[in-house]
Design a binder for this molecule. Structure first.
Ligand SMILES: *Cc1c(COP(=O)(O)O)cnc(C)c1O
Length: 818
């Protein structure tokens, strides 16, 4: 029976009449409305359920097939999944886009308006969470049995408003109207424990055993979200955990007659999945964050092992059947938790368990920035997870023993590689735990991986050569080209067919067309239409009018000092000064668009947002400037906004200090949509350059080695500013309060960082080179044919940056699952 292949039952029609009927039925029976009183949101819900039904038809057979074939499962553990909206993407992946669009139109509704009612799933901060979402799409598309595990936050990323130029955050209650894409699984629920203490005893065989007792318990309940691949045949699963209080926990109070206390406590245990931490780099020392990490790790491990045990009794098979990918160190507790479960609960011998753990786990590093490397204080660790701390100490002891054996007398080495950072407060280094617990460790771009090997993990590279490998990031061409840019997609398909959708290297066939004037004309018309689409949004949302003939110069990403939005603003101010001082100047008109969220506690990042808005206020209202220069801050940059912005960009700003941006993926999205990049020799820019050609980009600035050398030699920021009259002037304008007459010293902290503060991110060192690169941008843009030719070559040569390629590399070289 187990091996019998069940027939695939398809009950639901995909033709226009069936779809219309299904939407009408869902409107009535699921939403409880009739067309006469249905709102656009009601229509969205009806459409979403119609699509979900058709996704589900392929979902169950996919999961059954994995079970039947006993496939090796890949578990992608990530604290963040920045999914965005789902309707249009699912329709495209299922091949139902045109039919459903027609059906909605026939039913008297505007499809785009209906689709716009979907609240996006913003369960992530930025690049890391968006990568997880792209990899899920690609796993389903290329047929990897991939399962995402994460947290179903009640409140995802905050909504950003701009009030008088300042960022104001408001919570996004994205589940308010219900999430049509998820299936609650009240039956899939696991206990997760915190606190308590450890007892040690000898079992009947005389072995020392440990048991974690007296812990508090919270329940993790599963919500499943189907993930359809392109073509719709494979539908994988994303399982998100939501915290629920335990029943026993309640009873304790109910029995004591304290009803109110019981309910209050119930709420407290449910805060675990309440909110996403809105910082993409630093949330050090926050107990709730630590508990969130363990919460989803513990639930996922129980689920993974339960699934394994359904088909296997031999634990030795675990690494053959289970791959666990850790997206950054946030799920690194997997290493200790798996050890605990195998050793304490299943009585597997310690060394055997350790082999199993390392056989399953692999770890992706996302940053080299010291402030972003996760550590947890021993005090907190012990209070929340006492048994895990013991395990970490034991692993550390054995690991250091083995290092000492190979490098006798090198106590400095032991100090450096220890899982425990010794200092005035001892802390667990989660990166080191992830490295020793994994069989492979990867960086996300070639330069990043190289720097991992030569800096933060250089000792590990010597101890285990070959463990650290590179897996350059990618983005899914379904969302970021096919769905986001339908006009360009149609143009491409009309020339080379639609094979590029699942084999992005096929875009190479466009190369000869870069020299075809008719194709260039069509390509330029597409870009212009996309700019008009964005201009209409800016007009509607912000009430600003922009000139679509102008060069759209775009920097959209989280606001961070290392990403150097400030360098961008310094260029804008310099440009403004030149226009002001020379009214006869006829510059290339530019619309500089900046968007991104700042972590709520990151005051300098928020001050940068205010600066952008204050500078915009002055420039945009200066009659001497007019359409020659506009500066726009786009509020609430999220996936939906990105889908509108990427296709409209002429110039992609990727100007991080070399050695700081691990990869970047915004750079890929814009280049894939025909923007030229102005950027540093950092992250994936380097590889984009290898593919696209340096002559089709504007790369500038210090190399990562230059940056490191200057910092070692001691960088004189004040002298660097003094040496550049443009930079001196721009900083004077900011520092003197020209842009903030109501509070002249408002931006003093920014000026100080770049001068007396030592300019850690070396803006002043790169400024003259950046200005020169901007000059080259202008010169190229003055020749529209040449610009378009380069833009076409960017699109044609971006095949490498499909996340399908990324996933295939992980599957072959890390997961053993293709
Ligand atoms: C792609 C993307 C990012 C990552 O952008 P980078 O420029 O690589 O930092 C962040 N946020 C959103 C909404 C994205 O779509």
């Amino acid at each position: 029976m187990k091996n019998a292949k069940p027939p695939v039952v398809r009950l639901l029609g995909d033709d226009l009449a069936s779809i219309k009927e299904a939407i009408g039925s869902h409107l009535l029976y699921t939403v409880g409305k009739e067309p006469i009183n249905a709102t656009a949101r009601d229509w969205f819900m009806a459409a979403a359920h119609t699509v979900r039904d058709r996704v589900t038809e392929h979902w169950m057979p996919t999961l059954n097939r994995y079970y039947r074939e006993d496939s090796k499962r890949v578990y992608y553990l990530s604290m963040e999944f920045l999914i965005g909206r789902t309707l249009v993407n699912s329709l495209i992946n299922l091949g139902l886009y045109d039919t459903v669009r027609q059906a909605i139109t026939d039913l008297g509704q505007d499809f785009d308006e209906v689709a716009a009612w979907e609240v996006e799933a913003a369960l992530g901060n930025g690049g890391l969470g968006r990568l997880a979402a792209c990899l899920l799409d690609s796993m389903a598309t290329i047929g990897v049995p991939g399962f995402g595990y994460g947290i179903r936050y009640d409140y995802g990323m905050f909504t950003q408003h701009v009030d008088n130029g300042w960022q104001v955050e408001s919570p996004e209650n994205w589940l308010r109207y219900g999430n049509p894409w998820e299936f609650p699984r009240p039956g899939v629920i696991f206990p997760v424990r915190f606190g308590g203490r450890v007892i040690h005893f000898r079992d009947v065989l005389g072995h020392t055993r440990s048991q974690w007792v007296d812990a508090e318990e919270v329940m993790a309940m599963a919500f499943d979200v189907p993930v359809p691949g392109y073509g719709g045949k494979v539908v994988n699963n994303l399982r998100l955990w939501s915290a629920k209080s335990t029943r026993e926990f309640d009873l304790k109070y109910f029995n004591a007659g304290n009803y109110i206390e019981a309910v209050r406590d119930k709420n407290e245990s449910e805060t675990l999945s309440k909110v996403l931490y809105p910082s993409d780099m630093t949330d050090r020392g926050k107990e709730l964050r630590f508990k969130q990490e363990y919460f989803f790790v513990a639930a996922s491990i129980q689920d993974i092992l339960a699934r394994f045990r359904k088909s296997h009794s031999d634990w030795a098979l675990l690494p053959d059947k289970v791959a666990i990918q850790l997206n950054d160190t946030h799920p690194a507790l997997v290493v200790a938790e798996l050890m605990r479960v195998l050793v304490d609960e299943h009585q597997i011998e310690w060394n055997k368990a350790w082999d199993l753990v390392r056989g399953c786990c692999a770890y992706t590093n996302h940053t080299l920035l010291p402030e972003a490397l996760e550590t947890w204080s021993i005090d907190l660790f012990e209070r929340v997870l006492p048994r895990h701390l013991e395990i970490v100490f034991a692993l550390n002891h054995e690991f250091l023993q083995s290092v000492r054996y190979r490098h006798p007398g090198d106590s400095e080495l032991l100090r450096r590689v220890s899982l425990i950072a010794e200092g005035h407060e001892r802390r667990v280094r989660m990166g080191h735990l992830a490295v020793i617990g994994s069989h492979k460790v990867n960086g996300v771009a070639a330069i990043h991986t190289g720097l991992m090997k030569s800096t933060i993990f250089s000792d590990f590279e010597h101890l285990s050569p070959g463990k650290i490998t590179n897996k350059t990031n990618g983005v899914t061409p379904r969302r970021w080209l096919l769905a986001a840019n339908p006009t360009l997609s149609a143009l491409i398909t009309s020339k080379i067919g639609d094979g590029w959708i699942t084999d992005l290297d096929k875009l190479h066939k466009l190369e000869p067309l870069a020299d075809d004037p008719a194709f260039r004309k069509a390509f330029a018309a597409v870009k212009r239409a996309n700019k008009e689409r964005l201009a209409a949004m800016l007009s509607q949302r912000l009430g600003v009018e922009v000139e679509v003939e102008s060069l759209f110069d775009v920097q959209v990403k989280r606001i961070h000092e290392y990403k150097r939005q400030l360098l961008n603003v310094l260029h804008v101010i310099t440009r403004y000064g030149r226009i002001r001082s020379n009214p006869l100047l006829n510059p290339v008109p530019r619309t500089v668009i900046i968007g991104g969220k700042a972590a709520p506690g990151y005051h300098i990042a928020k001050l940068i947002i205010k600066l952008v808005n204050d500078v915009a206020e002055v420039i945009n209202n200066d009659p001497l400037v007019g359409a020659k220069l506009k500066l726009i801050f786009v509020p609430n940059y999220n996936v939906s906004t990105a889908e509108l912005v990427m296709p409209a960009a002429d110039l992609s700003e990727q100007i991080s200090t070399a050695g700081t941006e691990a990869s970047g993926t915004g750079n890929m999205k814009m280049s894939m949509n025909g923007a030229l990049t102005i950027g540093t020799w950092d992250g994936a820019n380097v590889e984009i350059c290898e593919e696209v050609g340096e002559e089709n980009m504007f790369l500038f600035g210090l190399s990562a080695q230059d940056v490191a050398r200057r910092r070692v030699d001691g960088y004189d920021a004040v002298a660097a500013v003094k040496a550049d009259p443009d930079l001196t002037w721009a900083l004077e304008m900011i520092g003197s309060g020209f842009f903030s007459p109501d509070q002249p010293d408002r931006f003093r902290p920014l000026v100080d960082i770049l001068t007396t503060g030592g300019d850690h991110y070396l803006l002043s060192a790169d400024f003259p080179l950046y200005m020169a690169a901007q000059e080259r941008v202008d010169q190229t843009y003055r020749d529209p044919e040449e610009w378009t030719r380069k833009a076409i070559l960017n699109v044609a040569r971006m095949g490498k940056f499909s996340s399908d390629r990324t996933v295939a590399e992980y599957a072959r070289e890390i997961w053993g699952a293709l």
